[in-house]
Write a protein that binds this ligand. Structure first.
Ligand code: FA5
Length: 360
């Protein structure tokens, strides 16, 4: 019995030295420790050992079993390390400097226009703010001087949620929050200047210039003595920077409960040159950027004294601006997800430089 245990120990060591993969070790485990394995067989032989030797023999078999278990664990650990190293070596043979054969991708045209407008306003000292797409009745309407049951609500067919919230119909919904956020500027003698782009949702009848999901960019400026001249200056600067050429605009009275006076700023349609086409609903003009002087009630709702401060606000239709900027005839292109159309507007410099140098 004792000699047999020693022989098995040696046999296991020999076989274990030859094992090169984890499957080999598993095979060994079954061969020695499995139900029909050598060690199990040895245990069964215990019953033939005389009583006075049984205890010692039992201990010997237990020691053998524990030694084999420990060696199996050690061997598995050793093999695992070797296999990991093999994987690392294989990975290192991958050449990460190899040129990629496809273009990286492209920005959505709305993103391009948004960035352009943002950088224009950033250079004029405006902060860029973000605001959620889900808001509530107070922020979207009441804080903007549009009480419940006011007919002006009909102009924006709203998606209400079952949570008493709603999808914001215009970026003006952030006015109250942003005015409150920057109110302390005024106390320190500085103006409030912020723009806040965002996605808006309305239950619209969709056509070449109307979407149910579109982008606007709101802008506000509040200080002492802000007037319509300031508003017109900023609108003119923004449009001439975006288009980099003379464009025809018109300013006409417009009604929005949150501004007084209010204006509609229209751009002459750049698709048809003002002759009339489906993109401008045959009018030759496209409503682009309504604006006006912030209503005293809106300032009051944000805790700003309208006797002391005045301000302007505008709501730029960014999706329509992108239509005019890139000559896109139909607004539906922007939400189409069609990469063939949408990838055309990205600057060449955004494509993979490796491929460009190959093409050159
Ligand atoms: C508003 O949304 C006001 N909140 C704008 C405003 C802000 C006025 C601050 C005064 C002061 P309006 O509903 O007209 O206004 O939308 C503003 C612009 O968003 C429109 O001129 C148009 O360019 C764009 N727009 C509106 N509805 C759609 C639509 N369904 N699809 C695409 N663009 C739209």
């Amino acid at each position: 019995m004792f000699e047999k245990a020693e022989e098995l120990k040696k046999l296991f060591e020999e076989k274990s030295n030859q094992a090169a993969a984890s499957q080999d070790v598993e095979q060994l485990r079954i061969e020695f420790l499995g139900k029909k394995g050598f060690v199990t067989g040895l245990m069964q032989e215990l019953r033939n050992v005389p009583n006075e030797k049984k205890k010692e023999a039992g201990q010997k078999i237990n020691e053998l079993k524990q030694a084999i278990e420990a060696q199996i664990a050690e061997k598995l650990e050793e093999i695992k390390k070797i296999e990991e190293q093999k994987l690392i070596d294989a990975t290192e043979s991958y050449d990460e400097t190899m040129p990629v054969s496809v273009d990286v991708g492209s920005y959505h045209p709305i993103t391009l226009v948004r960035r352009e407008v943002e950088s224009i306003f950033l250079s004029m000292g405006f902060a860029v703010e973000d605001y959620s797409e889900i808001t509530d009745d107070y922020n979207c309407f009441e804080a903007l001087n549009i009480p419940k049951h006011h007919p002006a609500r009909d102009m924006q067919d709203t998606y209400y949620l079952s949570t008493n919230q709603l999808l914001k119909t215009h970026t003006s919904a952030a006015q109250n929050t942003i005015l409150r956020k920057y109110k302390s500027n005024l106390e320190q003698g500085n103006p409030i200047r912020a723009i806040f782009p965002g996605r808006c949702f309305r239950n619209e009848k969709i056509d070449a210039c109307h979407e149910n999901t579109f982008f606007q960019m709101e802008g506000i400026m509040v200080d002492k003595d802000i007037s319509i001249s300031n508003l017109i200056y900023f609108m003119k600067t923004m449009l001439s920077e975006v288009f980099q050429r003379d464009i025809t605009v018109r300013l006409r009275p417009g009604f929005f409960p949150f501004v007084e006076p209010g204006f509609e700023l229209d751009i002459q349609c750049l698709i048809c040159g003002g002759e009339g086409c489906p993109s401008c609903k045959d009018s030759g003009w496209l409503e682009l950027c309504p604006c006006g002087m912030i209503h005293p009630n809106v300032l009051t709702a944000a805790g700003i004294d309208p006797e002391e401060y005045t301000g302007f606000a505008f709501g730029l239709g960014m999706t329509r601006l992108a239509m005019m900027r890139y000559g896109v005839k139909d607004i539906r292109v922007f939400n189409s997800g069609n990469l063939k159309d949408l990838s055309q507007f990205t600057e060449k410099s955004f494509t993979n430089p490796e491929n460009e140098s190959k093409e050159a």
